[in-house]
Design a protein around this ligand. Structure first.
Ligand SMILES: Nc1ncnc2c1ncn2[C@@H]1O[C@H](COP(=O)(O)OP(=O)(O)OP(=O)(O)O)[C@@H](O)[C@H]1O
Length: 584
């Protein structure tokens, strides 16, 4: 199973490298030439030793050998660098292809998937995870291949010189191999465990930092810090235990594996003394055998990177393989803007939260969703806004199922504003203009006036040129919401959904915004979700949603007369308002 997963991760990785494989092959070939050049000094040294033993005193011979050795050494560096350059160039191209695929995917998946996934995860995948492919692709491919091939070439050469000595030069290989197997035993599970601990540590760290305000306010520093130190300690203990369990194999491997002379020296000396091995061959074998294990050890070092790549590619593919919102590319004609929901069911994962919603929302009307918390109001709004696809049933606008409307066209039909719509770290002017990039400064100011936020913007030192900070952090919750509403209004779409868009606003400002919105949406279809019932009593239709079903619908007066649930919600709302007044 693990092997299967690794194979599929590997084949996915190969898919990403399509179009660049030629460059990798070239980098491998050049890397092999580089490693082969690196062996030239070994040959030259052995030749000089043989010459010395033979009593050769010709200086020019030694100078030539030294020069050739130097050229070999330079060649090794040169080819290594060229190979690395080519493989890096290919790798950065591959990395940008993967990043492009991930980001493209994010613009095609249901928006709900993005909203429901911690943004840290996407950042982690798009930046860190994708980056961590680089060492494997850029280094492992050329270097590991060449480091394996060159020792093989040396051993073949040794067999040509003297097959007995070639076998002797491999004497440490089985021991080294056993040590390696010991080190790699259960690597998959151990590495997965390490990743789990790492994820836990990063989740607790992010939570600790994000929640620092609450932690301080509730004096929870000691408890939260303890959770943080516990996971950090768990991670370091896990790593240390793992290292400890393989240390003996590692130490033995490192000591025994490269010690080829342990066999080559005594056996070679014996063959030399018994006359079956010439001194020249003996020296050559001694020196060349030293070049076998070094590259092999270096190559083995990369198997760790190869083992990791499976987990990394799996994480990346988890995003790339997300199902997309299937929508046509071509624009269509929409007869009108009546919205109709027919037997709509919807599940988050396995749990169904909407159980057959039937609802008609006529164009140019104001419809409010109310009901107990968790009843499904936001989910219905998100389905109408196409943030998710229905599990079954259908939603149509005019005569068109929303699945038959292209995303681009849909964005001109509907605006969805939630309580935490994002503001970019830019000026207020540019943030509002995002609703319509073609709008002039005057139009932006006009819509801000119409949405009731001109005054507060002008009270800021830089006015419309005020930078709102990351995610609008320099503004209050209410101010952020008023700007997002102005931005939405500038879009000027025939359908507008306000999903608790005024939740952070105080009652006084909420009334201002509601009046402004009512004016702005004149002639549009407006769907509102609001917890303060007094703000929606004038709606053309109020829909009471409870437990994933439509419990009742009608005007405020009708519902007060006919629906107990609405009546009790209204009474408790009035009571809480009375309390607010009496507290003042
Ligand atoms: N992303 C999600 N993943 C899993 N379950 C969800 C998700 N969003 C909402 N739910 C669940 O779906 C149900 C309906 O939630 P929804 O937010 O639509 O209700 P709501 O009526 O808008 O609630 P509230 O008034 O508190 O905002 C709830 O049980 C909620 O826990």
């Amino acid at each position: 199973m693990d092997r299967e997963k690794e194979t599929s991760s590997f084949s996915r990785l190969m898919e990403f490298t399509k179009g660049f494989q030629g460059r990798y092959v070239l980098s491998v070939i050049i890397a092999i030439i580089g490693v082969a050049c690196g062996l030239i000094p070994y040959f030259m040294v052995s030749k000089m030793l043989v010459a010395l033993l033979d009593g050769n005193k010709e200086v020019s011979f030694y100078v030539t050998q030294c020069l050739i050795a130097g050229v070999g050494y330079l060649g090794k560096s040169l080819f290594h660098n060229v190979s690395t350059y080519i493989s890096h160039k290919a790798t950065f191209a591959v990395i940008s292809v993967i990043r492009y695929q991930v980001v493209k995917k994010l613009s095609n998946v249901p928006l709900g998937y993005i909203l429901d996934t911690p943004s840290g995860k996407f950042k982690d995948t798009t930046v860190e995870k994708i980056d961590s492919i680089e060492p494997t692709l850029a280094h492992v491919v050329p270097e590991m291949t060449s480091n394996f091939l060159v020792p093989i070439a040396i051993v073949i050469y040794l067999f040509v010189i003297d097959w007995r000595m070639a076998l002797v030069s491999l004497i440490t290989l089985p021991v080294g191999f056993i040590c390696y197997m010991g080190m790699m035993n259960g690597y998959g599970e151990k590495y997965a465990g390490m990743i789990e601990k790492e994820k836990e540590m990063s989740a607790v760290t992010v939570e600790y930092i994000n929640g620092i305000e609450v932690i301080k306010a509730f004096n929870q520093s000691a408890t939260s810090y303890k959770r943080f130190t516990t996971v950090v300690r768990a991670y370091s203990n896990y790593s240390i235990n793992w290292m400890r369990s393989v240390q003996i194999y590692f130490a033995m491997g490192m000591a025994i594996w490269p010690a080829v002379l342990v066999g080559v020296l005594p056996v070679g000396a014996y063959f030399y003394m018994t006359g079956s091995l010439t001194s020249a061959s003996f020296i050559m074998i001694m020196i060349l055998s030293l070049g076998i294990m070094g590259p092999l050890l270096a190559a083995m070092g990369y198997t760790d990177d190869l083992a990791k790549i499976g987990a990394i590619v799996k994480d990346i593919c988890e995003v790339i393989d997300q199902p997309e919102l299937i929508r046509p590319e071509k624009e269509t004609t929409i007869s009108d803007y009546d919205i109709s929901l027919k037997d709509v069911h919807f599940s988050y994962g396995d749990s169904e939260v909407l159980h057959g919603i039937n609802l008609e929302i006529p164009k140019n009307t104001v419809t409010a969703f109310v009901g107990p918390s968790g009843g499904g109001k936001s989910t219905i709004a998100k389905l109408i806004a196409s943030l998710w696809d229905v599990s079954s049933g259908s939603i149509s606008i005019g005569d068109k199922d929303i699945k038959d409307i292209s995303l681009k066209q849909f964005s001109h039909v509907m605006t969805y504003v939630s309580q935490d719509n994002y503001l970019f770290d830019d000026t207020i002017m540019n943030n509002i203009r995002m609703g319509n990039p073609d709008a002039s400064d005057e139009e932006v100011v006009q819509i801000a006036k119409d949405s009731g936020c001109h005054e507060f913007i002008m009270s800021l030192e830089q006015g419309y040129q005020t930078i709102v900070g990351g995610a609008g952090g320099h503004l209050s919750g209410g101010e952020r919401q008023r700007i997002t509403i102005a931005r939405a209004m500038l879009r000027n779409t025939p359908i507008v959904i306000l999903d608790e868009a005024t939740a952070y606003t105080d009652p006084e400002n909420e009334a201002v915004i509601q009046r402004a919105v009512a004016k702005l949406v004149d002639g549009k279809t407006l769907i509102v979700i609001a917890h303060r019932l007094s703000t929606i009593t004038d709606s053309d239709k109020i829909v009471v949603v409870d437990n994933g079903n439509i419990h009742a619908q009608g005007t405020h007066d009708e519902l007060l007369k006919s629906d107990e649930l609405y009546k009790s919600m209204w009474l408790s709302h009035i009571q809480s308002k009375d309390k607010e007044v009496s507290n003042v």
